[in-house]
Design a binder for this molecule. Structure first.
Ligand code: FMN
Length: 187
């Protein structure tokens, strides 16, 4: 079974990204199409990009980069659980991507976004733009959660039926692309 890594993009203390990701991980495990792992950018705690060489050379000098490289290299697909900050993606996400290059190539990526009225859609659009430079396939199907604060009860994310359906559709499409892109990832 391919490995899906769920990236929690928010590193903010008290972030709702955590309960949202916990819900999505449960849905993904139940779907049974991927081995599911979590990459929590708060826990991983990468500093601002601090490597001297272009990441495509893979001449990493820092232990945190080597560890991050192995974590991304062993993934077949990603879902980013992403908030919207100032109509764009959180800076933590781009910083985490900039550390590497080849490790991201030819992998599909889906989004679970949340925010105010926009449901994080502006954030997703900005993330999709840079991800294509990494030769990734950002998929159309997505979970979009507007007015996120209304869906958090006692620290837990309460999904709607529509959220559940969207998550299942996202996972099905992600599985298709993951299979198709496998041929391009032969080393
Ligand atoms: C710095 C900052 C900027 C924000 N900008 C937006 C925004 O542009 N659009 C939006 O819908 N929500 C915005 N919000 C509200 C977030 O959607 C809300 O705080 C959400 O809980 C953030 O995700 P997190 O809790 O996982 O960090 C912003 C929040 C912060 C902290």
């Amino acid at each position: 079974m391919p490995t899906l890594k769920v990236i929690i993009a928010s590193t903010r203390p008290g972030r709702v990204g955590l309960p949202v990701s916990q819900w999505f991980v449960e849905v993904a495990k139940k779907a049974g199409t991927f081995n599911v792992e979590v990459l929590d950018l708060a826990e991983i705690n990468l500093p601002f990009f601090d490597e001297p060489n272009h990441p495509a050379q893979q001449m990493y000098t820092k232990d945190h980069t080597k560890k991050w490289s192995a974590q991304i290299d062993s993934a077949d697909a990603f879902v980013v659980v992403i908030p919207e900050y100032n109509f764009t993606m959180p800076a933590t996400l781009l910083n985490a991507f900039d550390y590497l290059y080849k490790e991201w190539n030819y992998k599909a990526v889906g989004f679970v976004s949340y925010g105010g009225i926009s449901g994080g859609t502006r954030s997703v659009q900005t993330a999709k733009l840079f991800m294509t430079t990494f030769k990734m396939m950002p998929i159309y199907e997505a979970v979009t959660i507007p007015s996120i604060s209304q869906h958090i009860k006692e620290g837990k994310f309460e999904a709607t039926e529509n959220n559940e359906k969207s998550a299942v559709a996202l996972l099905a499409e992600l599985a298709k692309w993951t299979g198709a892109l496998q041929t391009l990832r032969v080393k």
